[in-house]
Design a binder for this molecule. Structure first.
Ligand code: CS2
Length: 488
């Protein structure tokens, strides 16, 4: 356990918060205090608290699982302090104790405490990392899904919410009633135009709840778009031991991230913002080109690597990218399918970005799990691959790599690798029908999964036929022989 006492005598080389913990005040509420948030937004905020102490963060967890309760308990015991080890592919590390998280609330245990924070005018930003699939947008209609059971419940009892939509909108309702200002809703998820998606989700909920309130939110809150980037793996018990052995701390919540980090953000804040430009945030008028490059190159290549890697039995991404056949797949996909249809943002070359992405994947200190990257594959395919697939279909381009990727994804859903070992893969958006499709015995049914909906308005017959053929080949010959037949 680490506490404020620990800060008085940190082991050599461990960097302490550069400000007085007692002097900072919360200005941000963050939903979804996962490892990515703790290594990304939290670090940018950490670095500016010495310049402006009004932006400490209150974390909120929305789930009531035993895991969430344990995490809340650990945060409480450690006074929300934790250590972050940033490690370069060369192995060079920096270790810091992060102090900007000043409180952690488990919403189901005390919903009113969360609502009080959200209605407090000193909270000026509400940020979130709730995953790509977490915005409850119906991919077919492109609208907020009012049919979701939890959303329906929150619409019936808006004063006692359970979803993030219910909390945020009730918080804003109370602020309007108190004639306080609205806050900025800042999505930090890996979505194209994450601010617009958040806007659609929260306004969709608010309109169904109270149209006048929705109008007030539209007029007063802002939803900046941002591109976020930092590889932050899940921390296993073995990694906890390794990190603590290297730092000399006894941290129950340590985490590791790569040394690379990027945050490109639109400067549209409803009621001020931290001076994040001082900690490296790039403020731009339009994040579109940055988002496209990140999502269509890094994230798309990440999942394309992970699906066959899981089938081959690789546990970690660095092992997968060091496999020449898998690396050739990622390279061919980036060079032939993605780069020719992308525009480089100012100051970047796509070839340089490609090389840095592959080098980042090879960072062994991450021990980043192939199953972490492959998880929620259905949402990720939709977000990361759609533009590339649509362009290939529209241009009648070469569908080889894409069809192979889709086939590998579907084979991976079966839950057994080529060594005969089973693994636990998670698809949180799948309901019973999708689970049944994923496990269907034939090779075609799974093509009806929503994962592949975003290009169904185009002629997909050639693509579908190729996917089915690759599934058969994968089953008959295995991943390696199939990869080698692709002419990469
Ligand atoms: C990964 C991301 O989940 C995924 O599919 O590609 O978590 C990735 O590590 C981050 O987007 C890096 O910024």
């Amino acid at each position: 356990m680490i506490t404020r006492e620990t800060l008085k005598s940190l082991p050599p080389g461990v960097v302490a918060p550069g400000y007085d913990l007692a002097a900072v005040r919360p200005g941000i509420v963050h939903f979804g205090v996962g490892n990515f948030f703790r290594a990304h937004e939290a670090l940018y905020v950490e670095k500016i608290l010495k310049d402006d102490p009004n932006w400490a963060i209150v974390g909120v967890g929305l789930t009531d699982s035993d895991r969430s309760k344990k995490k809340a308990e650990e945060f409480r015991r450690q006074d929300c302090l934790y250590s972050l080890t940033e490690t370069a592919p060369s192995g060079q590390s920096t270790i810091s104790v992060i102090g900007c998280l000043r409180d952690y609330l488990l919403a189901p245990a005390d919903p009113e405490a969360v609502l009080e924070r959200l209605s407090d005018p000193s909270i000026r930003i509400v940020s979130m990392t709730i995953t790509e699939g977490g915005y409850n947008i119906d991919e077919t209609t492109g609208e907020f899904d009012l049919d979701d059971a939890a959303v329906r419940q929150d619409l019936e009892t808006p004063e006692r919410p359970s979803t993030i939509f219910g909390y945020v909108v009730e918080g804003l309702r109370r602020r309007r009633a108190a004639e306080s200002k609205a806050f900025t809703v800042m999505s930090c998820d890996n979505l194209r135009h994450n601010g617009n998606v958040a806007r659609k989700a929260f306004l969709g909920f608010a309109k169904a709840c109270d149209p006048e309130l929705a109008q007030w939110i539209e007029d007063n809150a802002t939803f900046p778009n941002g591109m976020v980037d930092r590889i932050t793996p899940t921390v296993s018990a073995a990694t906890v031991r390794k990190l603590n052995a290297a730092s000399g701390l006894h941290d129950d919540l340590p985490l590791v991230a790569e040394d690379f980090t990027q945050w490109v953000l639109e400067d549209r804040f409803a009621d001020g913002r931290p001076p994040l430009e001082k900690s490296g945030v790039q403020f731009v008028d339009d994040v579109t080109d940055y988002e496209y490059v990140k999502i269509r190159m890094l994230n798309a290549a990440h999942v394309l690597l992970a699906f066959p890697a899981v089938l081959l039995g690789y546990e970690h991404i660095d092992e997968a990218v060091n496999d020449p056949d898998l690396k050739a797949l990622d390279l061919a996909f980036l060079n032939r399918d993605v780069i020719p249809t992308l525009k480089a943002p100012p100051g970047m070359t796509l070839e340089g970005y490609r090389d840095s992405v592959l080098s980042r994947f090879s960072n062994p200190a991450m021990a980043d799990q192939t199953l972490r990257i492959a998880s929620d594959g259905s949402s990720k395919i939709q977000v990361f691959w759609t533009d590339t697939i649509r362009k290939a279909l529209q241009n009648k381009g070469d569908l080889t790599r894409i069809a192979f990727g889709m086939a590998a994804y579907l084979e991976m859903l079966r839950g057994v690798n080529e060594k005969g070992e089973s693994y636990k893969h998670s698809e949180p958006t799948f309901k019973d029908r999708q689970k049944a499709l994923a496990k269907a015995d034939d090779f075609e049914s799974a093509l009806q999964l929503p994962s592949f909906d975003p290009w169904r308005d185009l002629d997909t017959s050639a693509l579908d036929a190729k996917v089915v053929a690759f599934r058969k080949q994968l089953r008959a010959e295995g991943v390696r022989a199939t990869l080698r037949s692709l002419g990469l």
